[in-house]
Design a protein around this ligand. Sequence first.
Ligand code: IPE
Ligand code: IPE
Ligand code: MG
Length: 250
Amino acid sequence: MPLTESIPEVLAAVPRERWPRHVAIIMDGNGRWAQRQDLPRIEGHRRGVASVRRTTEECARLGIEQLTLYCLSSENWKRPQPEIDFLMHLLEQYMIEERTTIMENNLRVRMIGRREGIPGQVLRELDKTVEMSSTNSGTRLNLAINYGGRSEIVDAMRSIGREIVAGELQPAEVTEATIAEHLYTAGLDDPDLLVRTAGELRISNFLLWQISYAEIWVTERCWPEFDEATLHAAIVDYARRNRKFGGLNG
Ligand code: IPE
Ligand code: IPE
Ligand code: MG
């Protein structure tokens, strides 16, 4: 269906240039959603995958340039082993089962996070999906897996340090751009809109450097309940904001 015919009314009222180009989402509340339905926590994660599909497809349809999803934090390894095992299983399955949807939607997938610690079979399937989608030209889907904002900065500092020791870079030449180029997100624009589901008012170590001027939108809805209408509501609210970047006008 051509976008102009199917664009929801709430969004049609917002000029396109006021839409966010990059949306980042902290997909939280899977466990709480499941517990409220008397289901095991893992059932919430399973249902969360359906929300990922809905959201990626809608972003692709709307022509959102980038979608960054917080799938697993560097702190989530503290959870009980059976939950971790299930999350790894889901990630592997997602990479295999969603490949067709990813290709049909022209999504270009990239992983951001530390590879060490992620099981080999998950990385293998992830790499296949990344490789297969590498020439797609639609929405960029950045999956934050084993991601921590602080460890990302540590890794960037180590790599900048190595360049300085090798004499390739002078300390005085280090700028904000140098740091940005050494982060996992090198080459990607910063998020415009940061969405968090399930109501917590915190960042939980997500994209610490990149969200310095992102607009934050929090919903009480848990991630398994996130749907197209919730995404539209976030976009409409974002479009009303006056981003000043420290200046006086938007
Ligand atoms: C988010 O849901 C998914 C991951 C962190 C992997 P949670 O599992 O954190 O759900 P709650 O916050 O406990 O409800
Ligand atoms: C953030 O959610 C991580 C992901 C959504 C992957 P958490 O559930 O881990 O965050 P906290 O522990 O409530 O801060
Ligand atoms: Mg949580």
